[in-house]
Design a protein around this ligand. Sequence first.
Ligand code: EPZ
Length: 416
Amino acid sequence: MDKLIVEGGVPLTGSIEVSGSKNAALPILFASILLTEPVTINNVPDLRDIRTTIALLLLLGCDCGYENRKVRISPNALHPKAPYDLVRTMRASVLCLGPLLVRIGQARVALPGGCSIGARPVDQHLKGFEQMGAHFELEEGYIIGRCRKLRGAHITFDLPTVGGTENLLMAAVLADGETVLENAAREPEIVELANFLMSCGAHIDGHGTSCIRITGVNSLHGTEFTVMPDRIEAATFLAAAGITHGELLLRNCPFAELEAVTLKLQEMGMEITATADGVLAKCARPLHGVDITTQPYPGFPTDMQAQIMSMMCLAEGASIVQESIFENRFMHVLELMRLGAQIKISGRTAMVRGVKRLTGAPVMASDLRASAGLVLAGLAARGTTAVRRIYHLDRGYEHIENKLNTVGARIRREKE
Ligand code: EPZ
């Protein structure tokens, strides 16, 4: 396992290119199973989760190639099985369920199991597919799904699940008749998936709202599609500029999709402006505390909760963080406290009291975004911070230390 050694105290200055969106690319790769012709997907970030998805698509029978952030996929004769060894390393593997059911009428997908941030059930996915005519059994930890032909249905989610919306959207585009998804998630990554599917001939309306209408078609043709930039990677770099009191220009950076984040960072004292060359973020003044509650899009994203908490640790005054999406997404708190942060947790609420400085120490990454928060804290801490188990980080950030070092950070990767 690798670790990152971070020498703190350097204001970051310069420009960084934002990579393609992991959480848009993953469902789009799985959606390629729906097509009867080859597809080319551009701007796909070089991440562990992408490599895992390509390995899974190969196992499912697709021909796949990945080179220079371009993925070429030819969906051939499909096999129904997504094995546990792959699924347990990436929960998003459950997104092959909808495409397999609607293409070949069967699927054998390992139940992903929980992860460090929560139980991560898939009950909303299965309930929707059952309304469309699928039947499921659980056998030796595998969800076995069968259906003669999926038919359109009026589905209302109990909660705006991102993965559930994506899975049912992918099944509905080839199902018989019309499907309505109510209380659907509105994330930009879902809009991107819908745009990809429509570029292949799908009939979709209302994507990006909480009510999506899909009219099934008989088949979907190939396409060439370029994935949008990663709003969470971009927001992480905005936070890096803030916590180090630097000045960063983010090229190819989404802006409108980051409104909930930029408003909070500006409230903390950052200046964030969209320019012709990209998004300029700087922080010359001391940071001050803010309160946040994580919400489904367009609210403050749960995937930025750890990163902004690191900033709060060094902000003047107190901050309150309410984590309303996942039941256990404070694993980074104890690690931040090892650096000198003052944080109290009560259930899904954390109270952060800003301190004058953090002091570097060895810390342990527990999940993807917690790792990012610890790297940010290390960039601002006095001395050396060793972030261990950074395989979590490599799942969602493309060569993060290289990008940060080009703007003045002093980070090196070492073998444990
Ligand atoms: C997606 O996960 C993202 N992953 C997550 O990003 C992100 O944190 C999450 O959406 C919320 O925005 C990808 O897009 C690959 P959900 P997903 O279904 O789809 C509960 C990252 O860091 N729920 O919207 O799994 C669930 O337990 C990752 O990039 C059910 O109860 O999220 C959770 O509490 C981490 N039943 C809440 O809903 C279900 O059937 C939100 O889950 C499904 C979900």
